[in-house]
Design a protein around this ligand. Structure first.
Ligand SMILES: [Zn+2]
Length: 296
């Protein structure tokens, strides 16, 4: 039986998973993301047997060199993804985290030709497969639709400093500020916003209704870009509040959609989404990634 190692480099946590050919988890480890996270993951998995390794990482990436370059919010802004894994002498595949995630869904759960994964977490990320082709971009940084403008008249600034971007409204890091702007109340964290919403707190309800409109506008923009048959939504903000999204998003989406409606479903792998996707990149390396130069 062949085994695959998947490494998820997040801003806060780095996870490694060992999976078999059908995606069953054999072993796992989770470590705090350091200045050289793949090196630390390589040490943590010493002795694990595997046939190939994949990495799904926060970006932006430079896939030609195999480095993360200029990453905001991580302990070091530049670190290698490929170099620390060469010691194993196995094939290596590397992609952006959401690109890995969509590939994992495609390989193990949803083998449809037009598939999009959206994460609603601290930020907003997207991975897309169009006509069976995993989209990457010139450096591996396609799908920056978290920075799609959904309100050109808004003065709200995104973390990237652009105005009116999707992430500035729906990203977990920006929700407290958006909540303050909408309600005039002190900023509160997403978990507290949704807790108050569920308790019937009037200002929180007003805010979540607006937030859902922003999510719908963003999802409509993403659907217009890729025309998916299935659009999967993951990330902690979405997964912790799936009942609200599943109940309210489809109807709102109709207000914004310009293409035929995609099916919408919850992402499959919870906290393991990116690590499973990274292992899937190793298990079944997409043609676009091979052409890019990896695995070497
Ligand atoms: Zn932005």
């Amino acid at each position: 039986m062949r085994l695959y190692l998947g490494i998820d480099v997040g801003a806060t946590w780095t996870r490694a998973l060992l999976i078999d050919e059908v995606g069953r988890v054999i072993n796992r480890v989770k470590i705090k993301t350091s200045a050289n996270p793949v090196e630390d993951a390589a040490k943590a998995v010493a002795g694990w047997p595997f046939d190939a390794v994949g990495v799904g990482s926060i970006g932006p990436l430079d896939l030609k060199t195999g480095w993360v370059v200029n990453a905001p919010n991580s302990p070091s802004r530049r670190f290698p993804l490929v170099e620390p894994l060469k010691r194993f002498g196995k094939p290596i595949a590397v992609a952006n985290d959401c690109v890995a995630a969509v590939w994992g869904e495609y390989v193990f759960r949803h083998p449809v030709e037009n598939l999009v994964y959206v994460t609603l977490s601290t930020g907003v990320g997207i991975g897309a497969i169009v006509n069976g082709v995993l989209l990457l971009g010139k450096d591996g940084n396609a799908h920056e639709l978290g920075h799609a403008v959904i309100d050109f008249r808004s003065g709200r600034r995104c973390g990237c400093n652009g105005r009116g971007h999707l992430e500035a409204f729906v990203g977990g890091a920006n929700m407290p500020g958006f909540y303050q702007e909408v309600t005039g109340e002190p900023p509160i964290e997403p978990a507290e916003i949704f807790r108050r919403y569920r308790q019937g707190h009037e200002r929180a309800r007003e805010f979540v209704e607006l937030w859902l409109d922003a999510v719908a506008a963003g999802v409509a923009t993403i659907a217009a870009a890729y025309d998916p048959e299935l659009l999967l939504i993951g990330g902690s903000v979405a997964l912790n509040n799936w009942d609200i999204i599943a109940g309210k998003l489809p109807e709102r989406l109709k207000e914004y959609l310009g293409v035929r409606e995609p099916a919408i479903a919850q992402a499959s792998f919870g906290d393991d989404e990116v690590a499973v996707g990274a292992a899937a990149l190793a298990h079944h390396t997409p043609e676009t990634l091979r052409r890019f130069g990896y695995p070497k």
